[in-house]
Design a protein around this ligand. Structure first.
Ligand SMILES: [Zn+2]
Length: 299
């Protein structure tokens, strides 16, 4: 099972920056250390060809981003320094999700040790997201076969507002977002299905609701492939979350989604999504659980 990751580009962030950029390398290191993943399984596909990016993002936006000349307001909303490494990292990460989508079509599952940058809109960045990898991959998938129906299953604690906005008029892509109601983004977009959760919701109620909603959406939309945003900022103790899932509950969430996809022969692409736990080791362990669960089910 090949995994993709963005290995080359790391913008340096101020010491106490809210975005834990170190997590990606640490997740990778942990999986290698455990022997779950072998070095030769890890694939860095490099920068995404721009033709795929501008199918989703406006030409003007992408040109401005590359020239590091986005308006100051846009840079503030990005929340990351607009430097060359940030742009290249996004372009690399988008390619990872796209290549993992190809893996999913070939073998049933594709895993990107990163991605899920669901706050990026067609023409502006937001919330640590410059480019929307889920959207670019969905558009690429639709090109592979006429009539391809793509379900974006977004379980990050924050609404997938960029993705919802990008595909508002696109019947071939169904945007599903299950997120905390009283949380960022303040002004939400309309997904094809939004499931808003109360602050503090815990494992049992969450898992029951997810199962019900997921089955309903799959029966209604009948997707050919699922792009899964497996954000672990649903955990209790997450600095930007507000839900109260336990690590075990989060693992069961991943298991519910991935087992359903496996049992129904529904190709699935896993992206890590958000995670800002106050404990870095808990954060890494929760992200690793997503990958461990995938390996348990698919190997
Ligand atoms: Zn999030």
């Amino acid at each position: 099972m090949p995994l993709t990751y963005t290995g080359q580009y790391y913008p340096s962030l101020p010491e106490n920056h809210r975005f834990p950029i170190a997590k990606y390398a640490l997740v990778r290191e942990q999986l290698l250390y455990e022997g779950l993943v072998q070095p030769e399984q890890l694939l860095d596909p490099g920068l995404c060809p721009e033709e795929h990016i501008v199918r989703i993002h406006t030409y003007q936006y992408w040109e401005q981003a590359k020239a590091l000349s986005l308006p100051p307001k846009a840079v503030r909303e990005l929340g990351l320094p607009l430097v060359t490494e940030t742009v290249l990292r996004a372009q690399n990460s988008v390619h990872c999700t796209l290549i993992s989508s190809r893996h999913a079509l070939q073998s049933g599952i594709g895993i990107h040790l990163g991605g899920g940058t669901h706050h990026a809109f067609a023409g502006r960045p937001e919330g640590f997201c410059l480019l929307n990898d889920l959207a670019v991959a969905a558009a690429w998938l639709q090109q592979q076969e006429a009539g391809m129906r793509v379900l974006i299953l977004d379980l990050d604690v924050h609404q997938g507002n960029g993705t919802a906005s990008i595909f508002r008029e696109e019947p071939g892509v169904f945007t599903f977002s299950m997120h905390c109601k009283n949380n960022y983004p303040l002004r939400k977009e309309q997904s094809d299905r939004d499931v808003e959760l109360p602050v503090g919701m815990a494992d049992a109620a969450y898992l029951q609701l997810l199962e019900q909603q997921m089955l309903d959406v799959v029966q209604q939309f009948r997707p050919h492939i699922v792009l899964y945003q497996a954000g672990v900022d649903v955990l209790a103790g997450d600095r930007l979350g507000r839900l109260s899932l336990s690590k075990e509950g989060c693992r069961q969430r991943d298991r519910l989604v991935l087992r359903y996809c496996r049992d129904n022969r529904l190709p699935v692409v896993v992206t890590l999504g958000g995670g800002y736990h106050s404990s870095l080791s808990e954060l890494i362990d929760a992200h690793c659980n997503t990958v461990r669960t995938a390996f348990q089910l698919y190997e």
